[in-house]
Design a protein around this ligand. Structure first.
Ligand code: GLN
Ligand code: ZN
Length: 770
């Protein structure tokens, strides 16, 4: 009666990011397709060997992807936008879809690749509430689906030849449709379901013919609050694809108890639930689980870096094991795609800190060990106890739990998140002190991160550059940025952020309570990986962080220098959080630390301080019913950070995405004096939200898209500002690009900002003349 153990997927990038480097070489033409394929095959071989050697019942296949698993599904189903089938020699037929077609969808085609005007890539968006991005399938009424691309079946063959018991993973038909978007008016993509199902039937029949018994079919959308036509469609969908193989319906990232009554009516063979994101659902699920179903308990958190408390899970799951016997499976909560690959690679962590973590490879071992322990293996039970010790000891460790930090959080009062006067009054003080023209111009913070700047930071990190030399070199960069901005005629200047590699990592490194890693890479999209810092202890600011750079920059100019901080919610969202305290508490600690930085900046003579919160929207929980609570504490945290500002100190914030409507009230509640946002790509569409809601403070709608190398023409910028002025009183408008400029070069930046400043000056005259 051994417990079946499995994982929902393993990181595909490789321990040393091998896939990233190979992909980039392939795109540069340095290796050919056979070499790239060879590397992919090696990575899969290694990943499966590791799963088998660890003792998992199944190895998982179909989790490997050249770019993204949603895109893989599109290719599998032969569902590729027409424009990406174009090669220059003609259109690629269904049977010829291949790796290059896949990269066309993901990355777009330049003129010479397609012998046309170039083709835009498909959109990319966030995978639920993770920092992974998927390629959004494009649907129109005429779409057809036909199993086309053999990658999945080839991989199953590969695994079978290696002697593995293999469980393929497939993105389910409803999630596939749901996660895409219509590119045609007046058409509902759900109407494509019957056609999609025919293709799925064929996929499952092929897998069955290959000898597969279980298929993991991912329907993560079940954790959302689905509109009823979508939820109802599960019945037809699963009735039509059942029969060929056993289906394990997989859900993750949140509870499915709100739809469990629907789920249990489906003709499937088992259900996977995420018990790390929503442990409460266990009892409800157990109460209604059909007698012949497997329950796959997702207990090892696939999206964080902490060692699991296995002893606690043994206690929790023992009665479940008694109830279900062999029908209980043990698993990772979600795919391990979202966790770094191998903790063993880290050489700089202290043994203590290392004993707190588990990356993907270690999580596989956790799943196996827990399975054995539940089977009553005494050695395994003891091993679980020993294994859990460090994480239990950590709970009361003094360097983790700092009484003075906790006391300060306890003492947060409503007044702490209030500026001393309302915006209407503050704005008078601010205009006296700041002395800015109508339509003031500014930028979002960063300037080009040149090779020279990167080399400086890297030399300093590696100890090859002394601190004083480093500081001088960075100061020269700041001086350069200030001179260029003065020459451009901008009104509010920035120091350019040359000392920052990344807006979150920089604060994580300079606040106490974070741990950074050497190789803790996680795929963000395609070949892009991020290395989030880890919150390991109560967070505090030991000394000022940005004050010296900002005051140095201010000393170089008579114009206003804008201080630049990353907000508490964004730091939370882009790091691995602790699991022993709430996200709210972590954010409050961050807010208090940043509040002190705001005080110090203003005491040092900085009159304008920007607190960036580009991640505030993506932190939204999956379920609508949880939104308000999150927004309340997120807004409060921002306000705690900002409210040490005196009335005459102007607080800016910056956000760069376009779906503001649902959070507009919360954005207003942040009560920043000025908000800069992304609008240029939507032709100021976004401002509708601000107009309808009557946003009370100042706004800088981004007047050009920094993601593109194109130089915006002056008249084009003028038109955008005119449009903006029809929606927001011109006295409350700012003129700025829509995000930081670190990814552009100076030639592009100077040309674009020249036009931006000219446009602002022209309109100042136009508006004052009226
Ligand atoms: N201040 C940051 C920058 O300019 C903001 C980046 C962001 O919004 N993601 O780079
Ligand atoms: Zn931005």
């Amino acid at each position: 009666m051994t417990t079946t153990t499995h994982i929902l997927g393993y990181p595909r990038i490789g321990e040393q990011r091998e896939l990233k480097f190979a992909l980039e070489k392939y795109w540069r033409g340095e290796i050919d397709q056979a070499q790239l394929q060879g590397l992919g095959s090696d990575l899969r071989t290694q990943n499966w060997a590791l799963q088998k050697e660890a003792g998992l019942e199944f190895v998982t296949a179909g989790d490997f992807a050249w770019y993204d698993h949603v895109l893989t599904t599109s290719l599998l189903l032969g569902h590729v936008p027409e424009r990406h089938r174009w090669t220059g020699k003609g259109e690629v037929g269904q049977s010829e879809l291949g790796l290059d077609t896949l990269f066309n969808v993901a990355r777009g085609q330049s003129q010479n690749q397609c012998d046309c005007h170039g083709n835009a890539a498909s959109d990319m968006t966030k995978w639920f509430n993770t920092n992974y991005h998927y390629i959004v399938p494009e649907f129109s009424a005429g779409d057809h689906f036909q199993v086309s691309w053999p990658q999945l079946f080839d991989e199953i063959d590969q695994a079978l030849k290696l002697g593995h018991q293999v469980k393929p993973v497939l993105l389910g038909p409803l999630s596939y449709l749901y996660l895409g978007k219509e590119i045609e008016e007046g058409f509902d993509r759900l109407s494509l379901l019957p056609r999609v199902l025919v293709a799925y039937q064929e996929v499952l029949a092929k897998l069955a013919a290959q000898g597969v018994t279980w298929v993991q079919i991912d329907e993560p959308i079940l954790a959302l609050e689905l509109e009823s036509p979508w939820l109802e469609s599960f019945t037809t969908a699963y009735q039509s694809i059942q029969g060929e193989v056993k289906l394990l319906l997989t859900t993750y990232f949140d509870s499915v108890s709100h739809v469990i009554n629907k789920i249990v009516t489906l003709p499937i063979d088992g259900l996977h639930v995420d018990l790390t994101a929503a442990s409460d659902q266990l009892d409800e699920v157990l109460n209604v689980l059909p007698d012949h179903w497997v329950l796959s308990a997702g207990v090892i958190n696939g999206r964080n870096v902490w060692r699991a408390n296995l002893s606690e899970w043994i206690d929790r799951l023992k009665p479940v094991k008694q109830q279900l016997g062999e029908r209980l499976w043990i698993a990772s909560s979600c795919s391990l795609l979202h966790s770094p690959v191998n903790l063993e690679a880290e050489t700089k962590l202290t043994p203590e800190v290392k004993s707190w973590f588990a990356f993907a490879k270690q999580k596989v071992a956790e799943v196996v060990l827990l399975g054995k322990a539940l089977d009553g293996d005494h050695a395994a039970i003891l091993a679980c106890d020993t294994y859990s010790q460090p994480i239990i000891a950590r709970e009361s460790a003094q360097h983790v739990n700092k009484p003075h930090v906790q006391a300060r959080v306890q003492q947060i009062t409503p007044e702490l998140s209030q500026r001393s006067t309302p915006y209407q009054e503050r704005s008078h003080h601010q205009s006296e002190v700041l002395n800015l023209p109508l339509l003031p111009t500014t930028t979002i913070g960063s300037f080009p991160q040149t090779a020279e700047i990167r080399a400086l930071r890297s030399a300093f990190r590696q100890g090859k550059l002394a601190k004083t030399d480093y500081v001088e070199a960075i100061q020269r960069q700041i001086l350069d940025a200030v001179q260029r901005q003065e020459a451009l005629g901008l009104d509010v200047l920035v120091h350019g952020e040359p000392e920052r590699n990344d807006m979150v990592e920089y604060f994580a490194e300079n606040l106490s309570g974070f741990q950074t890693t050497q190789f803790g890479w996680v795929q963000s999209y395609g070949s892009r990986c991020v290395k989030p810092a880890i919150v390991v202890a109560d967070i505090e600011r030991k000394q000022p962080i940005t004050v010296e750079w900002s005051t140095y920059a201010q000393s170089l100019t008579k114009k206003q220098m804008k201080g630049m901080l990353t907000g508490p919610v964004t730091i939370l969202c882009w790091t691995f959080p602790r699991e022993d305290i709430t996200r709210k508490t972590i954010t409050q600690q961050l807010a208090l630390a940043l509040r002190d930085e705001v005080s110090d900046l203003q005491d040092a003579g900085i009159n304008i301080i920007q607190i960036d919160e580009p991640a505030i929207r993506e932190g939204l929980p999956l379920k609508l019913q949880d939104h308000q609570d999150y927004l309340n504490w997120a807004v409060e945290a921002f306000r705690i950070a900002a409210s040490s500002a005196k009335p005459e100190t102007q607080i800016h914030t910056h956000m760069c995405y376009s779906e503001f409507n649902e959070i507009i009230e919360s954005v207003a509640a942040m009560d920043a004096d000025v908000i800069t946002i992304e609008t240029s790509r939507s032709n100021m569409e976004l401002l509708k939200a601000f107009e309808e809601f009557n946003y009370p403070n100042e706004i800088g709608p981004g007047v050009y898209d920094i993601h593109s190398p194109n130089i915006p023409a002056q008249h084009w910028i003028e038109n955008l500002i005119r449009t903006a002025a029809t929606k927001i009183p011109v006295e409350r408008l700012w003129v700025n690009p829509d995000c930081g400029l670190k990814t552009r070069n100076w030639a592009e930046v100077e040309a674009s900002l020249t036009n931006m400043v000219l446009a602002a000056k022209a309109l100042r005259q136009e508006f004052t003349a009226e």
